[in-house]
Structure formats: structure tokens, C-alpha cells
Design a protein around this ligand. Sequence first.
Ligand code: C6P
Length: 412
Amino acid sequence: MNTPAAIELNLEKIRKQFPVLHQQVNGNPLVYLDNAATNQKPKRVIDALTRYYEHDNANIHRGIHTLAERATKAYEETRHTMQRFINAKHVEEIIFTRGVTESINLGSSSYGRAFVKAGDEIIISGMEHHSNIVPWQLICEEKGAIIKVIPLSEVGELDLDAYQKLLSGKTKVVAVNHASNSLGSINPIKEIIDLAHQVGAVVLIDGAQSSAHLPIDVQALDCDFYCISSHKMYGPTGTGILYGKKELLEKMPPYMGGGEMIKDVTFEKTTYNDLPYKFEAGTPNIADVVALNEAILFINELGKENIANHEAELLSYAAKKLSSIPSVRLIGTAREKVSVQLFVIDGIHHFDIGQMLDTRGIAVRTGHHCTQPLMERYGIEGTVRASFSVYNTKEEIDLLAEGVERIVKFLK
Ligand code: C6P
């Protein structure tokens, strides 16, 4: 893994690499604070997409002509870069998907179909995204298995004592996020994984909110599955990966049938391709996978530690500024967090806040953030969410705080 020395990031230089940031929205310079939904793309990623379509476009793993070979090479190069990015032992442990949602569905459906049976238990946490709840409910419904939920404290930290009590010989799978898209909490996944392994359960980690911010070493973590979306780490939409331990993936049945995932087809019987192709049926999202390579290199060159340090500074600055505004209430104040901050203003609907901020060019997310059970835990319907990325500045947070202050003054 590439770990450049700790450096102060040159924000001006970084911002120049993101064309989308340099525009006016509703007559104001864009302040993009919706990075947990999807972050923006540096020019090198956009250029890689164009370059691919202008020079190399062909289907992969099929043709023997020059373009097909170039396209295949570029696609497979991203697999190798991703292998190094998460320190996977084998390159065939990296399966390209459409993103975390598909990665979790692939994992839950294929592993679940083969190994989950009636009466088994699947543990998730109270701060999961719907993508890490519903796929497990589907498999539980099909198999007669049961979901158990790890509770969390008021500040947004998982209750590990309660987790230990939930674990038993019946636990087949533990599925939790590395970092919460709503609360920002970074979960102690190494401890969660080790405890699950003690009862023989496999562990799937939803890495949607960690891949751009936290170091990931799947071998050190010893997780069984790890899911990543490209578009949350400066890469294109529509692609991502499922990492799975080779010995597990080999035992799992295919998720989808079609071209590419087969060795031999007759009307009587089909034999399946080797990993990773067994799980990559059909023509994949070649161009976006190719451009994802540039996004990983972008992160590596800046250094995740440097990115994380900058974002941590932004987060604590934002938390301080927002909490000093009368009637603003922060939700999610765990000790370890990625750069996501939820807040509500008592008496003002979050949609109104979002809309009024948009008139000032400030993009935030409002609503339940695809975590309805979590909102229920806090007795609220939704919140405003500001989430920060490597290109954000303290000046932008000042604009957010000023906007919120005005809304409070205007509406109260
Ligand atoms: N969260 C957000 O605004 P996809 O959409 O498949 O790339 O990722 C789904 C997903 C799964 N888990 C977590 C923790 C996530 O944050 C997300 C996506 C976005 O918070 C869009 S809902």
C-alpha cells in the first residue's frame, strides 16, 4: 500500500483538479457538502473515461483483436490496483459489481443460499444502511433465518457487550458497516470480526463510507467479505467491488447466470468459470472500472492519512460551529468518526433547511439517509447531513454555518 509521509494538503491545487466545483449554483459559488452520497471526480478520472471510449472501447475477455486486448488489460489492471489498495491476498478475490448494494446482495444471496438454514441467525447493527438490512431480510425470509440487531448508545457507538450476548452457535453471518453514512461512527470492526469468528460466523463489512477515508487491510482485518462503491471514492458511478476470501468464494454458487461466468454450457449442464469470473456474468461496466483505477491512484498519491487528517479537522470545525448556533442539535458524536455530521433544528423541517441552503449554493443531504431504523432509534423522521471531502475548506463550513444561522433567525 502507498503511504506518503504526513503532509499538509495543498487545497488550491486539489480543488483545481475537480472541474465540477468551479460553478455558480443559484447565483452563489457551489459549496458541495454531500460527499457521503457521492463525491466529486477529479479530471484524471473523467479523462480516463473519455480516453477509454475514444481509443480502447471493446468487449473484454472475448476478442483477440488489439482493442479487445487493450480494454481487457485496462480492466484487469484496476483489479490489481484494487487488490493492493485493500491488501487482498489473491487478485481473484476482487469481484467487480455495480457498487456496495450489489456487492451485499451478491454476498447475502450466494452465501445465504448455500449456507444459511432455518433457525440460523444473522447479526447486523442498528446503524446499517438499508442496503445492509434488506438483502439479509430477503435471505432470512427465504430460509427461515432470524435477524438480530446490535444496539447503539446515544452518541452513536455500538454496544459491544450486547453484541457478545447476541453471538452464539446459531450465528451464521455478521454484517456491519465500517463507518456509518448517517452518524459517521467508525465501528471497531476488527473486534467485531474476531468475536464473530470465535462462534464460526462469517463477517461481511460494508465499506461504502470508509474506502475514501480509512485504511483497509482485509488480511489484517481477517474479514470474509468487504464491499466498496467506486463513486464514494472519487471514481465513477455504477461500479464497485465485493472482496471475498478465495476459499469461501470457491464454495459459493454463482449469483447470476449468463456469458463469461461459464466454462461449458450444454442444455443438460453448465460448468462454471474460475474466480472471479464465476461472479461476473455478462458484459461488465468496463469503462467505469477502467476509470476507477485513476481514482485509487489519486487517493494513494494524496495518502489516506493526509486525507483523513484534513477531513477530521473539517469535521471538528463544523461540529463546533454548528453546535454553537442556538437550537441546532447534533446527532452522532461518537469518539471515532469519518467526516459526516447530522443535525436537526428543533421546529424547522430538515427539507426546508436543505432547500434554503440550496438557494445559497450549499448542497447537503436531507431525509433519513436510507437508515430509517436508525432515525427511529433517535425518535426523528430525518435530519440534515453535511459530509466533507478532501477538497472542502473551512471557508465553506463558515458559509454553511452562516446559512444555518440565517435560517434559524428567519424561521424562529
Ligand atoms: N449511501 C448516502 O447518501 P451504493 O448506493 O450501492 O453505492 O451504496 C449503498 C450504501 C451502502 N452502505 C452505506 C453505508 C452507504 O452509505 C451506502 C450509500 C449514500 O448515504 C446513498 S443512499
